[in-house]
Design a protein around this ligand. Structure first.
Ligand SMILES: *Cc1c(COP(=O)(O)O)cnc(C)c1O
Length: 435
């Protein structure tokens, strides 16, 4: 299968190249040339299939021409060493819990899958060269990618993060790992980290010396596997006899997660509609209302993984809908919540139903509570475990939050990082010194 750039000014590439490059040379995002539909009988049987079986069938549609079945199955099954259960919160609202992986957030799925696929392609090429993965993070991406790549052959990972601007829990999840993972603590903000990574990709000398790749959510190997759990959620609803008029509500930042859901829909998943839930960073909702997309600087909120002012995957949404706002409006609704509203939601749902939401999932839940019709069944994506936002959540419910053992283990580790300035020359020198 070929992958084209959403900007249509770069040549089509193979899967291997799309995965290694991340971003297309014309700065567009790669898309698969075809989105194959799964057969009717697949949906007829889906309630009797397990997650590995479902995900393997979905993966075959994208990657089956490029990776032999047995190898692909191994990549899928190694990736999904945890479940994505749906839990009924009340009435017709379900939580799709995506936090049962190693770093307790949905990004584990894409991070683990991309690591295994990249390692597979490197091995195919003879496995001589090392690939250096650069990832800028404001918190969650770094931990999911670093843990996904930990100990994977042929790959070094360098995580750049802004000094003093990520929580201790997040920091520990990528600074305590060692092995092939290095954390760089940048004297600057997240935008500086992203700028350093982008500059490194554009530096020709560096690229002659090192094979650099990006693991941000634009990479097709991180983005497409997120379709797996939409199918798995549907299978569980079907088992519960509640699979009519399904609505997915997705707490969105860079819009990678919801785009994977839209692709699952194109593959035939019986969904009625989607809702994109935003915090105060609501450029998408504004686009739905006005038809005009005007990116702007992000503002800080308590759902900070959604603090994005110019969602990178907006280009993929436009590509899927031929740039037509009318077409987008037919399929996707929108909503936005302030920090106070998010706090209210967490307190209310915990008090009334005993279900503890994290600040991102809270936007997803409220999007359904406010918009779900009487004949609809709603699933919101609970994108992270509430313990990852311990201080925020404890302030709201006035109770201690249980910390899962996996998180405790990270907290007990010793932080190791290298400090650099936000000056590109320093970063380049560091990269050169590794060679
Ligand atoms: C990354 C993230 C999001 C946003 O997902 P996108 O794919 O960027 O839209 C939402 N919630 C959590 C917890 C995240 O880590």
């Amino acid at each position: 299968m070929k992958y084209y750039s959403t900007n249509h000014r770069a040549p089509e590439v193979s899967l291997a190249e799309a995965v290694k490059k991340g971003l297309a040379p014309d700065k567009g995002l790669y898309m698969p040339e075809r989105i194959g539909r799964l057969p009717e009988e697949f949906f007829g049987n889906i309630a009797d299939m397990d997650f590995h079986g479902i995900a393997t069938a979905v993966a075959e549609k994208f990657f089956g021409e490029d990776i032999p079945s047995e190898d692909l199955k191994k990549i899928v099954c190694d990736t999904l060493n945890f479940d994505t259960p749906i839990v009924n919160v009340h009435d017709r609202i379900w939580s799709l819990e995506l936090f049962h992986g190693p770093t307790l957030a949905f990004k584990d799925v894409g991070g683990r899958f991309m690591a295994r696929m990249l390692s597979y392609f490197i091995a195919q090429e003879g496995g001589t060269g090392k690939v250096t993965v650069l990832v800028a993070t404001s918190g969650d991406t770094g931990s999911a990618v670093a843990n996904g790549f930990l100990g994977v052959d042929g790959i070094d990972v360098i995580v750049l993060y802004p000094e003093g601007k990520v929580s201790e829990i997040q920091e520990k999840q990528f600074t305590t790992l060692g092995k092939n993972i290095t954390a760089l603590e940048v004297a600057g903000n997240f935008d500086d980290c992203q700028r350093l990574v982008k500059s490194a990709f554009m530096d020709q000398d560096l690229n002659r010396m090192l094979t650099l790749t990006s693991a941000n959510s634009i990479n097709v190997a991180r983005f497409l596997p997120q379709a797996f759990y939409y199918f798995n959620a549907y299978a569980q609803l079907k088992r519960a006899g509640k699979a009519d008029n399904v609505v997915f509500c997705v707490p969105s930042g860079n819009f990678g997660n919801i785009t994977a859901g839209l692709i699952a829909w194109r593959m035939g998943l019986p969904v009625k509609r989607f809702i994109a839930a935003n915090n105060r960073n609501d450029v998408f909702l504004e686009y739905l209302r006005t038809g005009i997309y005007s990116p702007r600087a992000s503002v800080r909120t308590i759902a900070n993984a959604m603090d994005v002012g110019d969602p990178s995957n907006f280009a993929r949404v436009m590509d899927l809908y031929g740039n037509s706002v009318e077409a987008v409006r037919k399929d996707i609704g929108g909503c936005r919540y302030t920090d106070d509203e998010i706090r209210d939601t967490i307190a209310t749902v915990y008090g009334k139903y005993g279900y503890l939401l994290d600040p991102h999932g809270a936007c997803g839940y409220q999007g359904l509570a406010d918009n779900l019709g009487d004949d609809e069944n709603g699933i919101f994506l609970e994108t992270a475990h509430p313990a990852k936002f311990k201080d925020t959540v404890e302030d709201i419910i006035h109770k201690d939050v249980d910390i899962p053992q996996r998180l405790r283990d990270f907290m007990a580790g010793e932080k190791k990082s290298i400090r650099i300035s936000s000056d590109f020359d320093d970063f380049r020198q560091y990269l050169e010194s590794r060679n």
